[in-house]
Design a binder for this molecule. Structure first.
Ligand SMILES: [Zn+2]
Length: 488
């Protein structure tokens, strides 16, 4: 019988991704194509993200609320540019029970229209603002393209924040604060370095003045958009009559923003940190940061299990969630791979040596990745049992930092600057990553690059490395320094 070849990340990243997501109990496919169930293991990660983000929202005066799922057609179509942008992706309810509805109801593809219907009631005077509501919910966008769990699907879960302000300047500040929160969350919680910037106007959110976004580089050289923040200006407030009396009792329309991110973050987390053996999770979001694997012989079994239980207790006192794997019918080797697949950041092994020496043996999940940069690295770290409460939190913090540091190195490797079209083509073809270059501002040049190379403008970064003189496509004077890349 032919030996089954292992599915590897470098071999076929797409196959690897689908495989480990199922192996790690993150998701399973729905009978409805393009939809998934987000299983408890993934939901726990999502809850960590929610917990972290809710604190940030609260600090900025954003309140959570829950708005209706169904949006009457007339509401959805009030802002023309908005509906033009979404019409191809809207799922409609046309019947209720056995009755045909007199007006079609959209299942929310995003909630601007239904929320702003209410905002018009809530806001009368400048004293009613800023108004800042967020909701955590799932939405439907009828994707026609190929779907992939968490990365692209017909249904996904997200956070959408919608705010109203009495001045444009204040709204612009909100757009920027919202995006800054996302940058910090990606780096500090998920250990994913991201690039903030603006979208070209031809790629902005339908109905927005402008769109800002964060992009992250994936190991296959494609960029993944992980969050967006839009200045909506007065487009929607004029259509929905979100009017207020300013301090001089003059009527004005509110200035609005919306911003959000989705469970796509989970896809990014898997792609950026995972390896051939499965997930690699940053300790701050890992549902189980530590797995204890006791290894016993009959004569030492009781003592080793007692010690393992004691260590679990000590760590739980420090609010570190621990799994102690006591399964009798599985070998230690099997248990090692099982918890590796699930991305548990730290494994603690306790066998006869550790029992006799009053120690435990620790193995970091990201050990192999670190080995690439540091060939002298010792896989095993021996810690005195007495130091557990001091050392384990420290190691978990180190792992968190190592993951971000390694991901930043990968991003640096995949960021190039091109002065000529020849350099540009070489980068796009070989380096598979971002190529920073000049752009004249014409959408046609973006289209042309897309046809010729499959890459396109993904972002106008806030801090480009260089100021480019000429458009990389047409050679006319450059208006912007932009990032080209293939994208998800
Ligand atoms: Zn051009």
């Amino acid at each position: 019988m032919a030996k089954k070849t292992k599915i590897t990340k470098t071999g076929n990243i797409s196959e690897w991704y689908s495989y480990i997501i199922q192996q790690a109990d993150m998701a399973d496919y729905s009978p409805v194509g393009g939809c998934i169930v987000m299983l408890p293991y993934a939901t726990k990660i999502w809850e960590s993200i929610q917990g972290y983000h809710n604190i940030n929202l609260k600090k900025r005066g954003v309140e959570n609320a829950n708005y209706p799922l169904l949006i009457p057609q007339s509401l959805l179509e009030k802002e023309q540019e908005h509906i033009d942008g979404f019409s191809a992706e809207v799922a409609w309810v046309t019947e209720g029970g056995s009755e045909k509805l007199s007006e079609k109801l959209a299942i929310r593809p995003t909630s601007e229209t239904i929320m702003y219907h209410f905002f018009a009631k809530f806001i009368q005077s400048h004293a009613d603002m800023p108004l800042k509501h967020n909701q955590w919910c799932s939405i439907i966008r009828w994707e026609q393209t190929l779907t992939k769990p968490f990365i692209r699907g017909k249904e996904f879960w997200w956070t959408e924040t919608h705010t109203c302000h009495s001045t444009k300047k204040e709204a612009e500040g909100e757009v920027s604060d919202g995006l800054k929160d996302y940058v910090n969350m990606c780096e500090n919680l998920l250990a994913i370095p991201v690039i903030p910037g603006r979208k070209p106007q031809h790629d902005k959110f339908p109905g927005a003045d402008y769109t800002t976004a964060i992009e992250a580089m994936m190991p296959d050289g494609k960029s993944l958009q992980l969050g967006t923040s839009h200045l909506l200006g007065q487009h929607f407030s004029k259509m929905f009559n979100i009017e207020f009396q300013d301090k001089n009792e003059k009527k004005e329309f509110a200035y609005q923003t919306s911003y959000g991110f989705s469970t796509r973050l989970l896809g990014g987390l898997v792609l950026v940190h995972g390896d051939d053996d499965g997930l690699v999770l940053p300790p701050k979001v890992a549902p189980l940061p530590v797995a204890i694997i006791p290894m016993w012989k009959t004569e030492t079994k009781d003592k080793i299990i007692t010690k393992a239980k004691k260590i679990k207790e000590l760590l739980e006192k420090q609010n570190i969630d621990v799994v102690l794997d006591l399964a009798e019918d599985k070998s230690p080797g099997y248990k090692f791979s099982r918890w590796e697949q699930k991305g548990v950041p730290l494994r603690i092994e306790i066998g006869e040596n550790e029992l006799n020496d009053n120690t435990v043996c620790c193995v970091r999940r990201n050990w192999k990745t670190r080995l690439n940069n540091n060939p002298d690295l010792n896989k095993k770290e021996i810690i005195a049992t007495a130091d557990i409460q001091k050392q384990i939190p420290k190691i978990l913090e180190e792992i968190q930092k190592e993951l971000l540091c390694d991901a930043k190195k990968e991003l640096d490797k995949r960021y190039s600057v091109a002065k000529t079209r020849k350099d540009f083509d070489k980068v796009i073809k070989e380096a598979n990553g971002y190529c920073e270059a000049g752009w004249c501002g014409d959408e046609k040049c973006d289209e042309q690059i897309k046809e010729e190379t499959a890459a396109r403008i993904v972002l106008i970064p806030d801090k480009p490395k260089e100021k480019h003189a000429k458009c990389i496509v047409c050679g006319k004077p450059a208006k912007e320094s932009v990032l080209f890349s293939r994208k998800y």
